[in-house]
Write a new protein. Sequence first.
Length: 183
Amino acid sequence: MNAKQIIATTLLLLGATATYAQNASSSATQTAKLSLTDAIEITFVSTGTRTGNDVNLTFSTVNDYANGVESGAQQLRVRSNRKCDISMEASSDYFTYTGSTTPTPRMEVKDVLDLMISENNTGGQINGGYHQYKHIDGNRDTRILNDCDHGDKTFSVKYKAAPGFEFPAGTYTVNMLYTATHD
């Protein structure tokens, strides 16, 4: 071989090697799998007018006893990945009394405490007439919102208490339980 043939053969081999190196590749495949479960949560949203989860309805004048006292709006947040319903109930048919009167007075929740949904951003429908004040029927689980949309949603409730003049001074308490349930 002469020098021109050696140079041409060398260039041809170098070009083939360079082409082979540029066309080389490798890949790997991986599957990303999301395992979702049903998720639901209901909580109170903090406000400046409420201490913790307590709602304080204070009766300090004769007009308060005659007309009742209304709370400010209590906002709740519902987060769910499915449509849901919202229920509420009192923990007891009667308020718990703390005071010095004996025998202990028995104040029924259904006779004194009313609830209304004052704001509804859930996409659901207000159930049972709770778009206005309605008696809380003691410890009976009562659906107040139907078919709420999935996502991060809020609604607000207000309470109105009207015990009249038949009960002595003291503190009357009852716990209110709100439950979110998937449809």
